[in-house]
Write a protein that binds this ligand. Structure first.
Ligand code: C2E
Ligand code: MG
Ligand code: MG
Ligand code: MG
Length: 265
């Protein structure tokens, strides 16, 4: 058996117990105002600290969690933990910012809106400080359930973002119907943007259309100063990427990112 399929078997077997064993952890990466560096939002990114395999990135286990249905309780835990942490940061006096939580298509129609409501209630976080990130593929999946859930989330006062925009098939008019607040332009368009005219045309067009439609724009995956400086003239509302900060544990995030911002209270 190859190492890769062996690893997959181990992951499948161990995933079931991992939630009970408290092996999951949230890392945080800031979405900043690129002009000032001020943190606008903290994106929660799931990590699995496997006792033998070490830190496993989400791309390796989320598809397996989706297949087995574990994504439902796991996704509920992520919502809970992200809301709790954001409220704790607010209570500690850090300048309030949103927390963004990624959710998978498989969570729709399986208690997502209830999980969100419960996470907000139990943490005491106001809904305005939570943003749900979904990919375009969610919107084209079983449409009616998704529309109903997104409407419910909006009516609760939660923000919605489209992640990895440009890699799927949705169009902007379609997004208007869902009352999306934020578009996150996929990293593939941002990479080397200062040298790629096609990516420049796409990015500037998407930003101006999104702004005309009243949406905020985040440029994802900014890695270099050249990309950062080039993007400034397009005036995205927020930018995210290794150039500003890498994802870090809550403790490291607080120390290295939040402490650099002005404290209030
Ligand atoms: P995403 O939501 O699009 O998150 C961005 C990914 O790109 C993260 O990978 C982040 O670490 C990485 N990234 C950020 N800045 C840069 C950069 O400048 N350059 C490069 N090369 N990469 C950058 P990560 O943490 O491995 O997450 C991968 C994906 O897993 C996420 O993509 C998201 O779709 C999914 N995911 C993460 N956490 C959760 C979760 O709690 N639930 C669900 N359903 N999915 C999650
Ligand atoms: Mg995301
Ligand atoms: Mg993304
Ligand atoms: Mg992604």
């Amino acid at each position: 058996m190859s190492i890769r399929s062996h690893e997959r078997l181990v992951i499948e077997n161990d995933l079931h117990r991992a939630l009970d064993q408290q092996e999951f952890q949230l890392f945080y990466q800031p979405r900043v105002d690129p002009r000032t560096g001020t943190i606008q939002c903290s994106e929660a990114l799931l990590r699995w600290k496997h006792p033998k395999l070490g830190m496993i990135p989400p791309d390796k286990f989320i598809p397996i969690a989706e297949e087995s249905g574990l994504i439902v309780p796991l996704g509920a835990w992520v919502l809970h933990e992200a809301c709790r942490q954001n409220k704790a940061w607010q209570d500690a006096g850090y300048a309030p910012m949103r927390v963004a939580v990624n959710v998978s298509a498989k969570q729709f129609g399986r208690g997502l809106t209830d999980s969100v409501a419960q996470a907000l209630k139990e943490s005491g976080l106001a809904p305005d400080w939570l943003e749900i990130e979904i990919t375009e593929s969610v919107l084209t999946d079983n449409e009616n359930t998704v529309i109903a859930s997104l409407r419910k989330l909006k009516s609760m006062g939660v923000h919605l973002a489209i992640d990895d925009f440009g890699t799927g098939y949705s169009n902007l008019a379609f997004l208007m119907k869902f009352e999306v607040d934020t578009l996150k332009i996929d990293r593939s368009f941002i990479q080397n943007i200062h040298r790629n005219i096609e990516h420049q045309l796409i990015t500037t067009s998407v930003i101006s259309l999104a702004h005309n439609l009243g949406m905020r724009v985040v440029t994802e995956g900014v890695e270099t100063i050249e990309e950062h400086q080039f993007l400034l003239k397009y005036e995205p509302n927020e930018a995210q990427g290794y150039y500003y900060a890498r994802p870090a544990s809550a403790l490291a995030y607080e120390k290295d990112n939040l402490n650099k911002q002005a404290h209030i209270g």
